[in-house]
Design a protein around this ligand. Structure first.
Ligand SMILES: *Cc1c(COP(=O)(O)O)cnc(C)c1O
Length: 398
């Protein structure tokens, strides 16, 4: 990976949060002023009503907001019964927070490679790992033969906005008694057909974790996250963990709580923005179509694939190109801002150097990391901008 020199004021930005907030400015200002007037910043009606709204939007019984997507994943893992010393399976081709949540819960990450076309957890490789590398021990969960530790959960990531193949993952997981925690941090509003009906990503496993980082499809004006679940006891437990383990003021039932409350201002803003989420996702899909029409005849560009039954919401529009770093610099020279999601697979990150993984362990993740390029994608991108990007991209490839 070489460093790309970007222009200070790109002609085509990668995301455009100003345009997003311009659409809703008055409603957001009214909400913030009301919260200032009430001076109730933590908990209260805005938090409760956003939790209700987001649960209703997703189609789950409960939504528990928290401080970040990372904390949402950690809460979801804890609620699934993941304990220090357990192992949790995820993919190496994702944002590092997926793995951090596992280590924050005291567990150990185990990697299974992605599917080459979809960039999401391969159900076939998951089954192969469980068949070849695990035994069924005395306890309820399979035991990793190499480490002797129980493998308790699997965390598929709905990467770039495309839901993972959950039905296949669920059927493998059921056979091996693994809990399924969905990392839906990039997939607000994405849908998939599960068990014959259309469901939202983040609602099919035991629970789903969302991030409201400003650049996500549903973003706050600061940090934030949430877990969706249909299990009332797990929702109650997560509400305690995020609030110092309290059941009521100064009665602390759990020793492993901390502070991960999402504040009223962020919840108020999120309620306003949630009403736009479907329309904004549709505009992302339209932009994806514009890209597709212009690039589909170019064999050297690998476009994202939409498998039947899984609706992509294009948090990112990631293509694969040869000579990626050169192409990226060419786009930057023309004022077109791009991203790399993600340039180093997690098993090769310096942070995990002493954990024993090496190059070649997860070839699909390594191949993706080397060739992937995220083109500008946001709800307010114009067709002319896509046109300009595609022209420069095609010229860079001849
Ligand atoms: C953004 C993201 C997270 C973490 O969310 P934060 O709110 O930044 O903590 C986790 N997983 C994936 C795949 C993400 O994209």
């Amino acid at each position: 990976m070489t460093q790309v020199v970007e222009r200070q004021n790109p002609v085509v930005p990668f995301v455009d949060l100003r345009a997003q907030h311009g659409e809703l400015r008055e409603q957001i200002e009214t909400t913030i002023l009301d919260i200032i007037n009430r001076s109730a910043f933590i908990g209260g009606p805005y938090v409760e009503s956003f939790e209700k709204d987001f649960a209703a939007y997703c189609g789950t019984d409960h939504c528990v907001t928290c401080g970040s997507g990372t904390d949402a994943l950690k809460l979801a893992l804890m609620a699934a019964g993941v304990k220090p010393g357990d192992e949790v399976i995820t993919v190496p081709h994702t944002f590092i927070a997926s793995v951090e949540a596992i280590t924050l819960a005291g567990a150990f990450p185990i990697f299974v490679d992605i599917d080459a076309q979809y960039y999401t957890l391969s159900p076939g490789l998951l089954l192969q790992f469980l068949e070849e590398r695990c035994t069924l021990g005395q306890g309820p969960h399979p035991i990793n033969k190499k480490t002797g530790r129980p493998v308790v959960a699997v965390m598929p990531v709905h990467l770039y906005g495309l839901p993972a193949d959950l039905d296949s993952i669920l059927s493998v997981s059921r056979a091996y008694n693994l809990k399924v925690i969905e990392d839906a941090c990039q997939a607000h509003g994405a849908t998939l057909i599960s068990n014959g009906s259309v469901r939202k990503a983040g609602t099919i496993g035991e629970s789903g974790a969302f991030s409201f980082y400003p650049g996500k499809n549903l973003g706050a004006m600061g940090e934030g996250g949430a877990v969706t679940t249909n299990n009332p006891e797990k929702a109650r437990a997560m509400r305690m963990w995020r609030d110092h383990g309290q059941s009521e003021r100064y009665i602390h039932l759990r020793p492993d709580g901390w502070n991960s409350r999402l504040d009223a201002i962020q919840c108020g803003i999120l309620s306003v923005k949630l009403r736009k989420l479907d329309a904004w996702n549709e505009r992302r899909c339209l932009a994806a179509q514009w890209y597709r029409e212009r690039l589909k005849t170019y064999e050297r560009i690998v476009l994202p694939i939409e498998p039947p039954g899984r609706k992509h919401v294009y948090h990112l529009f990631a293509v694969r190109v040869p000579d990626r770093d050169k192409v990226r610099q060419r786009l930057a020279d023309h004022g077109i801002s791009t991203g790399l999601h993600y340039p180093i697979p997690l098993h090769l990150q310096p942070a995990y150097r002493s954990w024993g993984w090496k190059e070649g362990d997860f070839p699909e993740s390594e191949r993706a990391a080397a060739a992937i390029l995220s083109l500008p994608m946001h709800p307010h991108i114009e067709e002319e901008e896509v046109e300009r990007i595609c022209k420069v991209l095609k010229n860079a490839l001849v």
